[in-house]
Ligand binder design. Structure first.
Ligand code: TYM
Length: 333
């Protein structure tokens, strides 16, 4: 805790175009914490290289992700927005925490199992120890809350276990964080295969709605969304496609499932899909406009990155020094 103010931390990988899953599960919830918490929002470029990245693209996406943070409503004067590799303490603490994390724990991570199946030619050690770097991100800031989609819950739980283990040996070192998972939008599914999570790395562009898609593209993608042979807009087991579209509609309108069922009673899937497209496009248009303005001013983005890195480095260094001292590392004279 910093001066008694509670701390919020989260991160997004600059590893692809961000989707409405990233938006609804994470990004749009971030600004809700800005008033009551000291917030750190990080563009986690070191996480992204666990999978091969094209260097020019990684550089471009790092700027874009920072711009999206701001375009989604995060004021850089109220939140610390920065790039992970600009703060070396992340990698330094990660090494230390590696020595407090068990091989068996990491082997149980479902994301490791999924990603190693998808990238069988590159099952590198970074992919395996990725949750330790994530724990380091979170623990460096003495974080109380971590807003994430449900796919990151297991990683935050591992972070808690590592923090508790460290605290048992060296009491009072880390704040043990809580995952904050929004009830609505915690897991947005693919439009093409609604039993699968919507993912920025999906190769089928029709499966994914990107935050920066234009209005016509958004409406077209929803029109093509896979549903079922029923015709009634109803939230029910076995209707993965419709359930997902209803969830997205609920997120953007604030309506309950019952209200949505009533609104579309007697109407077909076509009308409903068109409405989901409209509310999504309406919500994302201002984000896209603001994003365009921000990206046109690279000097501004660079200045924000630098300011954020300075703020983050100061706090991170304090925790890292405390940890190093407890471990018995001799301070550099
Ligand atoms: P990443 O970059 O995959 O995703 C960023 C955020 O978006 C959420 N998310 C989703 N939410 C709902 N539905 C979906 N289909 C969906 N897809 C993604 C994710 O849960 C996440 O909150 N390891 C993290 C990044 C990270 C991090 C951290 C997060 C690194 N260090 C420390 C929190 C704290 C990741 O890969 O997120």
């Amino acid at each position: 805790m910093l001066n008694d103010q509670k701390v919020c931390f989260s991160g997004v990988q600059p590893s692809g175009n961000l989707t409405i899953g990233n938006y609804l599960g994470a990004l749009r919830n971030f600004s809700a914490y800005s008033e009551a918490y000291k917030c750190f929002y990080c563009v986690v470029d070191e996480h992204a290289i666990t999978v091969r990245q094209e260097p020019a693209e990684l550089r471009r996406r790092t700027f874009e992700t920072l711009a999206l943070y701001i375009a989604c409503g995060l004021d850089p004067d109220k939140n610390t927005l920065y790039v992970q590799s600009h703060v070396p303490a992340h990698a330094e603490l990660a090494w230390i925490l590696n020595c407090f994390t068990m091989f068996g724990e990491l082997s149980r991570m479902t994301q490791f199992k999924d990603k190693s199946a998808r990238h069988a030619d590159n099952i590198n050690a970074g992919l395996f120890t990725y949750p330790v770097l994530m724990a380091s991100d979170i623990l460096l800031y003495q974080t109380d809350v971590v807003p994430v989609g449900v796919d990151q819950k297991q990683h935050v739980e591992l972070c808690r276990d590592v923090a508790e283990r460290f605290n048992q040996v060296f009491p009072g070192t880390f704040t043990v964080p809580q995952p904050m998972i929004a009830e609505n939008g915690k897991k947005i599914m693919s439009l093409a295969e609604p039993a699968k999570k919507m993912s920025k790395s999906d190769e089928n562009p029709n499966a994914v709605v990107y935050i920066l898609d234009d209005r016509d593209t958004i409406i077209r993608k929803f029109r093509r969304a896979v549903t079922d042979s029923d015709t009634v807009v109803r939230f029910a087991e076995g209707k993965d496609g419709i359930n997902n579209l209803m969830t997205i509609y609920a997120c953007f309108t604030g309506k309950t499932m019952e209200e949505i069922e009533r609104e579309f009673a007697g109407k077909g899937y076509g009308d409903f899909k068109a409405a989901v497209g409209e509310v999504t496009a309406d919500a994302l248009t201002p984000v896209r406009t603001r994003f365009g303005e921000l990206l046109a001013d690279k000097a501004y983005l660079e200045a924000q990155m630098k300011k954020g890195a300075d703020e983050a480095a100061y706090v991170a260094r304090r925790t890292l020094s405390k940890v190093q001292k407890k471990l018995g590392f001799v301070p550099r004279a």
